[in-house]
Design a protein around this ligand. Structure first.
Ligand SMILES: NC(=O)c1ccc[n+]([C@@H]2O[C@H](COP(=O)([O-])OP(=O)(O)OC[C@H]3O[C@@H](n4cnc5c(N)ncnc54)[C@H](O)[C@@H]3O)[C@@H](O)[C@H]2O)c1
Length: 130
């Protein structure tokens, strides 16, 4: 039986997702800080953990192309790039807000995107050289 973790599962979308997964026989664990969600939204059978999720990020915006270039640098190879017309719903920039991580945990970004990617991929020697 599959076990799913739904962050924000006491909210509108997450609780409907939890309903659907439980209805098909899967296990669901919900992590939610109840900032806008409610315990009453949780489907019967869902495990609940009250807690916060924080963004560990720099707070600087990155385009998909910048992410690709950083990944190429970290992996030491170039990707086969194809550029097409913009589609509805395309993301221009990815941007996280680090304020909660800083307030709750005192975390501040000290690594650039490529250094963080290298560390995440376990390529720490690349991160140190970058
Ligand atoms: N409802 C829509 O029609 C719709 C459409 C497009 C996009 N969205 C986006 O999808 C996301 C979910 O929408 P929703 O309508 O379910 O919102 P919601 O407020 O009902 O649910 C969000 C849930 O996340 C929880 N939460 C928020 N911050 C948290 C944190 N740091 N740690 C743990 N739990 C946290 C809240 O308590 C809440 O239960 C939102 O980002 C919303 O902008 C919603």
């Amino acid at each position: 039986m599959a076990l799913h973790l739904i962050i924000g599962g006491a909210g509108f979308i997450g609780s409907h997702l939890a309903d659907a997964l439980i209805a098909r026989g899967d296990r669901v664990r919900v992590l939610d800080d109840l900032s806008t969600g409610k315990r009453g939204n949780l489907p019967r059978g869902a495990e609940f953990i009250e807690g916060d999720v924080v963004n560990v990020c720099t707070g600087r915006a990155a385009s998909l192309l910048e992410l690709l270039v950083a990944l190429e640098r970290v992996c030491g190879r170039t990707a086969d790039r194809r550029f097409g017309p913009e589609r509805p719903g395309d993301f221009r920039l990815s941007l996280g807000a680090p304020s909660k991580a800083t307030a709750l945990l005192g975390l501040k970004a000290t690594r650039r995107l490529d250094q963080g990617l290298a560390a995440t991929l376990g390529l720490d020697e690349v991160a140190r050289a970058a």
